[in-house]
Design a protein around this ligand. Structure first.
Ligand code: GDP
Length: 340
């Protein structure tokens, strides 16, 4: 299919076209990259915006149960929901956590939902770019809400925070020492901490855990893009469908406030700039990943280790080989820096 036709089909919300478009964006082939960039350029002109919700939490905390219940609730309100995953560690079976058919069984059957597994094993930068483009494609296809899920493996939470408008951290009921287990950076990125499994025997513990986290959140410094009372902690039971309308209402209130105060646009603008910088870094680094470059890097590395060549000289040689235009004039680069 021609790119223009594919763009039209995505804009009409055709799911198969959307799936194809995402596959194109996930491809590492140079010609596919060019086509994907062309496609995204055409599509972003539509100006459609979804609410992008990032969701993070360790395995077993109930993310897929939450997404299933929350997604079905949104659909019952007439909204269309897309679910994407960021899982750079997806060396597990089948390469993808969402590929497991038992997850989100009802949601995956709903015509108003679109569920896309994590792109196959790749380094975090690659996964981030692919997911970011998948988010943009889902938006263009007219989805109202895009849920971006990550498993708790450190770095990927930061990526999801950079991809989302609202970032949710899902936690399990636990004793007080668990609180220290959540990294400060993730706490600071969260707009809402949601303590799941607030049902049955776990309900009292969940309430206590929630109060602990609410206390911890109050100790964080105030963020300028937050209305009064945010970030906040809530309890839910994804399994029993309890507390989910409240979560959605809070997201709505937060989004509305940010839109009214210019933070929504500013946040997205800042993210766009962040992704530009990441993209540039990726492109430059990818020059070092070709087989030739790797071989040369290994050779030069060994010579540096042996004291055969100075580190700076080795780096210059390598750069000159892969990127002559840049390596040519290190002096003039220095000069432009000095005069800046
Ligand atoms: P994920 O690994 O974070 O996606 O977690 P899952 O959604 O697969 O859930 C892990 C386990 O926790 C499953 O056995 C779920 O049935 C259970 N679980 C999820 N949500 C709840 C809940 O709200 N209450 C209770 N009691 N169990 C839950």
């Amino acid at each position: 299919m021609e790119i223009a036709a594919l763009a039209d089909a995505v804009l009409r919300g055709e799911r198969r076209a959307l799936a194809r478009a995402i596959t194109l964006a996930e491809s590492g082939r140079t010609d596919h990259r060019a086509q994907a960039t062309d496609l995204l350029e055409r599509l972003t002109k539509s100006g459609r915006q979804a609410i992008r919700i990032g969701l993070s939490g360790t395995p077993g905390v109930g993310k897929s149960t939450f997404i299933e219940s929350f997604g079905l609730m949104l659909i019952s309100q007439g909204l269309r929901v897309a679910v994407l995953a960021v899982d750079p560690s997806s060396k597990r079976t089948g390469g993808s956590i969402l590929g497991d058919k038992t997850r989100m069984e009802q949601l995956s059957r709903a015509p108003e939902a679109f569920i896309r597994p994590s792109p196959s094993q790749s380094h975090l930068g690659g996964v981030a770019r692919r997911t970011r483009e998948a988010v943009a494609l889902c938006e263009a296809a007219g989805f109202d809400v895009v849920l971006i899920e990550t498993v708790g493996v450190g770095q990927s939470e930061a990526v999801v925070a950079e991809l989302s408008d609202v970032f949710l951290l899902l936690l399990a009921p636990a004793g007080g020492d668990e609180l220290q287990g959540v990294k400060r950076g993730i706490m600071e990125a969260a707009d809402m901490i949601i303590v799941n499994k607030a049902d049955g025997d776990l309900k009292a513990t969940a309430t206590r855990t929630c109060a602990d986290y609410a206390g911890a959140l109050r100790l964080l410094r105030k963020r300028p893009a937050d209305p009064e009372g945010f970030p906040k902690a809530l309890t839910v039971s994804a399994l029993e469908n309890d507390g989910l309308p409240k979560v959605w209402a809070e997201i709505g209130a937060l989004v509305e406030w940010r839109r009214a105060h210019g933070h929504w646009t500013a946040h997205r603008a800042r993210q766009a700039r962040h992704w530009f910088e990441e993209e540039l870094r990726e492109m430059v680094l990818s020059r070092l990943q070709t087989p030739d470059a790797r071989r040369m890097g290994a050779e030069l590395g060994a010579r540096v280790e042996a004291g055969d060549i100075a580190p700076a000289r080795a780096a210059q040689q390598m750069l000159a080989a892969i990127w002559p235009e840049i390596a040519q004039a290190p002096e003039s680069l220095d000069a432009s820096r000095d005069s800046a």
